[in-house]
Each structure stands twice: as structure tokens, then as C-alpha cells.
Design a binder for this molecule. Structure first.
Ligand code: MG
Ligand code: MG
Length: 630
């Protein structure tokens, strides 16, 4: 598989773009003409730079408004093409993209366009160049790849082929199955882009909202399956116009792009065995069986505070690490580790973020295969020096710098406790509060980073994403996206903050990008849990009385239930399938908190309707800018 990306997809000047593209593992690059025109080096210098970086130029683009012109514009268009052929010779690329004309002067007619392309093919052939014709979704006469193919077929010239672009086909709802009829050797290059489903003008949608395959809502996999079935064996190239990407980090966006292509082709290979494109075989997407542990980095004082919180929540100290300053707290199936080491990743995470939940342990079927898949998708492996009383647990770096460990039958969680920890008795333990397991892990990030996180999780794990929802914070908007598997054994909520004045944004600022902002534990009886927490001395987050009045008005709950909810500061939601209860702790450190939930089987959500009231309550409880704690 040859991978390529258009320079227009990422930010920076031409050199920065090319360096980021090469560093991310791409084989080739489409030179978008404006990126070249804005650059102060000669075409030969650019050719050398591309070669020195180990890249090749897969395409020069775009050449606009060529076909169907009357004279004298027709002759001028050919003259223009000859000059660009000169340039291509110096750049060292043999393929030019001609997109269907949007010129008001252009005349329609399949045969007229075919004749123009045939003549262009003749001229290109003299220089050993090729021309690919692409139907723009908003082309004046040609806006459908089926028409573009008919024109290319009638042009009947070895140097003329078709260029397929998933956005132009899928944005207009054209069935990609029609691609299967095109001979693979007449497809000169395939451009890929996804996009969120938004009902808007095609041109505007295309120029501003495209994203990487797998990040949006278009059936890009179906499109690519149809392409692969033609026997096409050329480059697959990303052409992404996106405002966020153009202002983002070139390295991150290029890395996301490469990951998206590897993930896409893995899906295509599984669905279309026997395709011509050579695709590396990856272990399958990983089914996560559960969250085995969550590890916090802290200093001694904060570790004391966190231990106190955990004991109020009904956790008890169950283990001391044999050689490290690490303690284990347990309740139900939940394991919380507090690491106060002064070296290693925990310590650097602490120095950067302050007290933070920087590592997750996930139980999977095959930890080695998980790491192999993640690495093929560009994830960074994590290896830390392993001491005598320690196991080497396969791990990767998450987005945002944390660590994800993988446990399986070969390195089961039980062995970690047996080998690395001495059992402890906890004289300070409080009453067990009936917390059973981790329900969800909520991660907070800047809104611009959300697509990176989503792609990371979706490409490695067998999870799906639900539609993004907006959550209103009194100081701005939070975009919330759920990533979960079918069994509910991995549930992540990703919260993207657009403003630093929101609770989530403030958390990012205070912790310099720390990611896990809350952990939600599941209880089977939240009222009993609330009682136990009260007895353990925990003060729950105080919810506004007005919330309960509205709950009564909206849902007509039985009075006794309503009284119980109000008395325990429990939030409530229900959907067609079930009920959901939520209870929150106060904050630990710079805005981290715990949530306790009870969900009846079938309830699909995370209480998003309650989030504005929870956030308002949390902001009320925060000491803000020197004001006394209210
Ligand atoms: Mg295109
Ligand atoms: Mg939550």
C-alpha cells in the first residue's frame, strides 16, 4: 500500500508540511499548487527536498477550468497546461489532476470534454506525463464520477485516467458501488476524505469540514472497498480541507492521517479479501473486557488527601508495592493505585500535571496482539525499566501523554498483585459503599484534539462512537463524545473544551492538559451507597433545589423517590429503556472528581441532560480567583 497526503491537508510552510508528512510514514505527497507558489525555492529545490525526505510526488494539483471551453479560451487553456507540464518536469512528478470545470464559459457535452482530454493526453504523452480527471461535486457540467468515467472512457487515451475522490462521490450520496465497473488501471489516483454529516452548501462543506477517514460520518470504507475491487493498486491519498487541521500541529495531523489510512485499509482488507492493494495484516480490533486499574501520580501530601477521599468512598488499602512508593486501594472489582515515586513516568506526569490519573490498565484477550496492532497504527510503545519485584506489562502511550497497560491471561491482574505487592490491612478503612466496577472514564481535552483521540481509540479498540452532544457550562460549551463497546465493559466519555472558562477548560489549564477528569463507579443501589458515603463522612456535591422541582414537573416521579433523590443530592435521568442515577464527590486536586452511577440495564446514556446542573454546582463549590469557597 502506498500512502500519500496532499500538502493542503496540514499547516505550515512547504518544508514544515513535507517534514511532518515524511515523519509520519507516508510514501508520497500531492503538491497543492498554492503551497508551491507561496514557497521561495525553485521547483528543482523542492524536488530535491522531497527526495531527501524519502518521499515521492504522487500528484500535482489542481488544474482548473480546462475542458469544454470555446476559442480563444480553449487554446489558452492548452497553453496554460503546457506551462504546468514544464513545472511538473522540474518537480519530478508525472501525474496532474484536472478537476471538472466550474467556468461559466464551459460548454457541456461528453464528447466535447472527451475530445479536449484526448488532445491533452496526446500532449502529456509526449513528455511521459499522465492526466487524471476528477468530477468536482459542484462542477458546472460534470459533478458525478460516473460522468467523469464516461468522458475518460470516450477520450480513450493511455495517458488519460480518472481520479476518484471519496468526498465528491459520497457528499452527493452517489452509490460507490458504481466504481466497481471501472478498470483498476484507468484509476490514476484515489483521494480520500471523510466529513461530519452537516446539511450545507457542498463547496463550503468541502473546503472547511473534511476530515480523516474514520473521523466523520461518510461511508468511506464502502467507497474504498469498491475501489479495491477494481484491482487498483496505486497510491491512496488524503486530501483534507479542514480549518482546524490548517491551524493544528502539522505532526499531529499528519500522524492522524497515516493512522486513518492504515485503519481504513485494515477494514477494507477484512471486508474484501483478495484485493490487489498490498495491505499489512494487523491483529483484529481489540475487545476490552474491563478497566483493571486506574493509577494516580501524586506527591505524599496529595496521596494522603486522595487516600482519605478513597476511604470515604468505601475503598480500603489492600497492598503496598514491594519496591516502589505505590499503594493499592480496592473496592468491588475496582483497583486504584497511587504512585508517589520520585522517578519514572509517574513522577514526570506528576511534575507536568500535578495529581492526576495518568495510567489505565485494561483487560484484553491478548495483550501482545493489542500492542502489535496499536504500534502498527502509530501508537508509541511504553517500556519502563523493570525491577526485580516487577512484571513487564505490555503498554502504550495514550494521546496526551498517559499510559495504557494491557492485562490478559498471560499477564493477569492477579499476578501483578501477587508478584509486585504485599497484602495490607487497613486500620483506617471505612464502610464498604457497594461500588462494584468502573462505569466510565471521562477524559477532557481541547476541542481541537478530540478527533485525534476518537481516531486513536476507534482504530485500536472495538468501540463505536455515538453522536457528539453539546453540554452547556455556564461559561461556554463543552462537546461531549461517547466511545464505548457493546458490552459496556469499556466506556469513555471525551469532553472537548472550547473555552478555558468552562470547568473542563479550567481543568486543562490548571493541569496542563491532564486528561482524565473524572472516574465513574457503578453501584447496584445508589441510595445505600449514598448512605454509606454519608456515614463515611463524604459530603456529596450539593445540587440546586430548583433541579428537583423541575424533575418533578418534567418526569412526574413518585414523591418518595423524589424526596430520596433530593435528600442525597442524586441526579436522575431515564430513556425509553431504563433509568440512570448519578452522585458526585467534591473535587480532588485541580478539578478532578468522582462520580457514582447506577444504571438499569438498557439505559444508553451518561446523564448528559444533568451535566449543566452538575457543572454549575461544581463551579459554585470551587474557590474562584481568590474568592472564598462558597
Ligand atoms: Mg480531490
Ligand atoms: Mg460522567
Amino acid at each position: 500500500m502506498k500512502t500519500s497526503i496532499a500538502t493542503v491537508s496540514i499547516s505550515g510552510d512547504l518544508r514544515e508540511k513535507l517534514e511532518a508528512i515524511a515523519a509520519s510514514g507516508f510514501d508520497g505527497v500531492e503538491i497543492f499548487e498554492n503551497d508551491f507558489l507561496a514557497y521561495y525555492r525553485s521547483p528543482r529545490d523542492v524536488a530535491r527536498m522531497v527526495a531527501d525526505l524519502g518521499l515521492s510526488i504522487t500528484l500535482f494539483q489542481p488544474f482548473r477550468d480546462f475542458e469544454g471551453l470555446p476559442e480563444p479560451q480553449r487554446s489558452q487553456a492548452f497553453e496554460r497546461a503546457e506551462r504546468k507540464f514544464d513545472l511538473m518536469g522540474e518537480l519530478g512528478t508525472d501525474l496532474m489532476l484536472v478537476c471538472s470545470s466550474v467556468s461559466p464559459l464551459a460548454l457541456g457535452g461528453v464528447d466535447r470534454a472527451a475530445a479536449d482530454l484526448r488532445e491533452l493526453g496526446e500532449r502529456a504523452a509526449k513528455r511521459n506525463l499522465r492526466v487524471g480527471y476528477e468530477a468536482l461535486a459542484w462542477g458546472r457540467h460534470v459533478n458525478d464520477h460516473r460522468d467523469a468515467w464516461e468522458i475518460v472512457r470516450r477520450a480513450d487515451h493511455a495517458s488519460i485516467g480518472i481520479i476518484l475522490d471519496s468526498f465528491h462521490t459520497l457528499s452527493r450520496g452517489i452509490d460507490p458501488e458504481s466504481i466497481r465497473k471501472i478498470p483498476g488501471d484507468k484509476i490514476f489516483i484515489v483521494q480520500l476524505a471523510d466529513a461530519p454529516k452537516i446539511d450545507m452548501d457542498l463547496l463550503y462543506w468541502s473546503r472547511h469540514f473534511r476530515n480523516m477517514p474514520g473521523e466523520g460520518d461518510l461511508p468511506v470504507t464502502d467507497f474504498m472497498r469498491a475501489v479495491a475491487a477494481t484491482g487498483y493498486n496505486g497510491a491512496i491519498s488524503l486530501e483534507i480541507f479542514n480549518d482546524q487541521f490548517r491551524s493544528g500541529s502539522p505532526r499531529t495531523i499528519a500522524a492522524d492521517g497515516h493512522r486513518s489510512l492504515v485503519y481504513l485499509m485494515d477494514q477494507v482488507r477484512n471486508a474484501e479479501p483478495g484485493i490487489a492493494i498490498k495491505v499489512p495484516i494487523l491483529p483484529p480490533r481489540v475487545d476490552v473486557h474491563g478497566v483493571a486499574f486506574v493509577e494516580f501520580a501524586a506527591d505524599e501530601d496529595e496521596a494522603q488527601t486522595l487516600s482519605h477521599h478513597l476511604r470515604q468512598l468505601g475503598f480500603r488499602l489492600t497492598g503496598h508495592h514491594r519496591s516502589k512508593a505505590v499503594e493499592r486501594f480496592t473496592q468491588g472489582d475496582i483497583n486504584i493505585i497511587i504512585n508517589t515515586e520520585r522517578e519514572g513516568l509517574a513522577h514526570s506526569a506528576y511534575l507536568t500535571h500535578g495529581i492526576s490519573a495518568y495510567a489505565l490498565g485494561l483487560t484484553v484477550g491478548d495483550a501482545a496482539a493489542t500492542v502489535e496492532r496499536a504500534e502498527a497504527l502509530g501508537a508509541q510503545l511504553f517500556n519502563q525499566r523493570v525491577g526485580p519485584d516487577q512484571l513487564a506489562i505490555p503498554a502504550i502511550r495514550g494521546i496526551g501523554g498517559g499510559v495504557i497497560y494491557f492485562l490478559d491471561d498471560h499477564s493477569p491482574l492477579g499476578r501483578v498483585w501477587d508478584v509486585e505487592f504485599d497484602a495490607a490491612r487497613d486500620p483506617e478503612a471505612n464502610k464498604d459503599a457497594g461500588l462494584r466496577r468502573v462505569d466510565h472514564v471521562a477524559q477532557t481535552m481541547n476541542y481541537e484534539e478530540m478527533l485525534t483521540w476518537i481516531l486513536f481509540y476507534r482504530s485500536i479498540f472495538k468501540v463505536s462512537k455515538s453522536p457528539m452532544v453539546d453540554v452547556v457550562d455556564p461559561s461556554g460549551l463543552i462537546r461531549s463524545q461517547v466511545i464505548e463497546n457493546q458490552a459496556g465493559s469499556l466506556r469513555l466519555t471525551l469532553n472537548g473544551a472550547e473555552s478555558h472558562r468552562t470547568l473542563a477548560g479550567r481543568f486543562i489549564a490548571e493541569t496542563f492538559g491532564s486528561s482524565i477528569q473524572h472516574l465513574a463507579f457503578a453501584s447496584d443501589d445508589i441510595f445505600q451507597t449514598a448512605q454509606a458515603l454519608h456515614q463515611n463522612g463524604m459530603r456529596a456535591l450539593q445540587i440546586s433545589p430548583n433541579y428537583y422541582d423541575d424533575l418533578q414537573a418534567r418526569l412526574a416521579l413518585p414523591q418518595a423517590l423524589l424526596d430520596d433523590l433530593r435528600a442525597s443530592n442524586i441526579l436522575y435521568d431515564r430513556d425509553a429503556n431504563g433509568e440512570f442515577y448519578q452522585l458526585y464527590s467534591g473535587s480532588v486536586g485541580e478539578g478532578f472528581f468522582f462520580e457514582i452511577v447506577q444504571r438499569s440495564a438498557g439505559y444508553q446514556g451518561y446523564g448528559a441532560v444533568n451535566a449543566p446542573f452538575r457543572i454549575a454546582a461544581q463551579k459554585r463549590a470551587l474557590p474562584i480567583l481568590g474568592l472564598p469557597n462558597r
